[in-house]
Design a protein around this ligand. Structure first.
Ligand code: ADP
Length: 513
């Protein structure tokens, strides 16, 4: 396979290619050219195998390597282009790590601004070279503290990861860094890499929080304005995020200096999610947050109304303890999308306190479903919106009859889904919350990557498993199969019934390989 490209003003103008490979290789090459054309060079140069597969909407696993070949060959073409345009140049170690795919002479990081000191210019270059490897930056804002902003930020990040995206989560709520607790990462410390601080890796979710730098979690952080700004800048500039699809930023509350610093430093935020509570007194704060975004040119992706009513832990019924609907009314008044209401639910507190994001560990609950709705506008930011298609596929199937696959050992769920000999395939009616029928199937011979395709062909749209690695979870999602991990060793009927009742509690991902 070979690619040729022309570029102008930092944008890919046209791409053509040849291949003497099979039809799949032709499809991948053709999709790679479509995805690259019209993009900024630095964006096109980091296209991945997965981007091509997503855009093609699914591919036989045995031909997925054609997408890898197309992505790698295209990357080589960009490297060649860079050499021709710029000629060999001695780069600093930091630039080699961060800007090795960028040949954009018009990039703002390449030019010194009027009056910019050497140090400021170097800092800005370092910051921009980090940020340009992150495709989408989303900030989560709230008018005041305690409304569930960090809870929403964590669950947005994990929900994005669950649909196969590469995600970073940055906690710059410097007065209350709660994200380490919410992800079970308390006590973790940061390691230095070749080019900066390494974020903490949690099943490939890259997490950075001031909490990792505090020796004592009870320590109060008392910093004056410029120091806070410096800390926020450092978190963006000195952290080795690498290539990410999304960076979700948990901002400090309010519309003061700290959220302002975040928005100004990042410069080109892709959107803000505003979190509020339903009471009228919160309304003024939300309006301020929306106006703040508008003044800074940050698109408002929508408003989430958190703690809206109370979800009974026994029957799941939601009662309106206080007034509700404030968030919805504001979104109508201010012309921004309303993303959903999340009730007050003791299960959410337990999930947060025990370091388990509920969108993964209570994936069957109505709350997790609302959370998946909230990421819909975020996924729609993607040019190909391939992930939105995945999510729609999963959720449309939830409305009609669906089939739940459960790996079996001795008649109960097996923790080792990849090595089990039988699967129960349970057909259920989600509207009536009824199990319709069960079929037991002999598993196919163990072969990496085969099970998702095999189960999808048999109509499965949900797998309830004990444990599963991140890569396997991504493969199921690509085949339109939602994954719940950490389920207990129960009979398939019990698991299906508790899934339908929204009470299936998932624990740890017990077999993460
Ligand atoms: P913020 O970031 O706005 O300060 P947090 O996300 O830290 O708020 O949430 C504050 C507390 O409220 C946490 O203990 C969290 O578990 C809890 N919480 C958040 N959302 C809900 C909810 N919908 N139901 C119950 N508790 C919640």
């Amino acid at each position: 396979m070979e690619f040729w490209l022309t570029a102008r003003n930092g944008e890919v103008e046209s791409v053509s290619f040849i291949t003497d490979g099979c039809g799949y290789s032709l499809a991948c090459g053709s999709m790679a050219t479509t995805l690259a054309e019209g993009r900024r060079i630095e964006d096109a140069a980091v296209l991945r195998q997965q981007d091509i597969l997503d855009a093609l909407g699914g591919f036989p696993p045995e031909s997925e390597h054609c997408a890898l070949l197309a992505a790698n060959t295209l990357k080589t073409a960009f490297e060649d282009y860079q050499k021709r345009v710029k000629g060999p140049r001695k780069e600093s170690r930091r630039e080699q790590a961060a800007c090795d795919t960028c040949s954009d002479k018009d990039c703002s990081a390449a030019k010194r601004k009027n009056g910019e000191s050497d140090q400021d210019f170097a800092d800005r270059q370092a910051l921009e070279s980090r940020l340009c490897r992150i495709r989408r930056k989303i900030v989560v804002l709230s008018g005041k503290g305690g409304v569930g902003k960090s809870t929403i930020a964590v669950n947005i990040a994990v929900a994005l990861q669950m649909v196969g995206k590469r995600v970073g989560l940055l906690d710059i709520d410097i007065h209350g860094p709660s994200i380490p607790t919410m992800l079970g990462l308390e006590g973790k410390t940061l390691q230095g890499g070749a080019n900066g601080l390494l974020p903490v890796d949690l099943d490939e979710l890259k997490v950075m929080s001031l909490g990792f730098l505090l020796p004592d979690p009870d320590q109060a952080v008392i910093w004056r304005g410029p120091l806070k700004m410096g800390a926020i800048k450092q978190f963006l500039k000195d952290v080795e995020w690498g290539d990410l699809d999304y960076l979700v930023i948990d901002s400090p509350p309010g519309t003061g200096d700290e959220p302002l610093s975040v928005c100004q430093l990042i410069g080109n935020l892709d959107g803000a999610v505003v979190v509020t509570t339903p009471q009228k007194v919160a309304a003024a704060d939300v309006r301020k947050s929306i106006t703040f975004c508008r003044q800074l040119g940050v698109p408002v992706l929508g408003v989430v109304e958190n703690m809206s009513g109370f979800a009974c832990p026994k029957c799941g019924e939601i009662s309106a303890v206080f007034s509700t609907g404030g968030g919805k009314q504001i979104s109508v008044d201010m012309g921004v999308p309303f993303l959903g209401s999340i009730p007050m639910d003791p299960a959410i507190v337990t999930a947060c306190d025990s370091g388990r994001p509920f969108v993964r560990h209570a994936a069957a609950s109505p709350m997790a479903k609302i959370m998946r709705e909230i990421i819909r506008p975020i996924l729609a930011l993607e040019p190909a919106a391939a992930s939105a298609t995945i999510i729609e596929r999963i959720e449309n199937k939830e409305e009609t009859n669906m089939k739940i696959a459960i790996p079996l050992a001795d008649g109960k769920l097996s923790a080792h889904f990849g090595h089990c000999e039988r699967f129960a395939l349970i057909e259920v009616d989600p509207a009536e919350k009824k199990v319709l029928q069960r079929e037991d199937l002999d598993a196919p011979p163990h072969e990496p990557g085969l099970l998702p395709k095999w189960l999808a062909e048999r109509g499965a749209n949900l797998i309830i498993a004990g444990g599963m690695g991140q890569r396997a979870q991504g493969l199921f999602v690509e085949h339109g199969i939602q994954v719940i991990v950490g389920a207990p060793a129960e009979t398939p009927e019990n698991l299906a019934n508790s899934y339908l009742a929204g009470t299936l509690q998932a624990g740890d991902n017990v077999c993460d390989h």
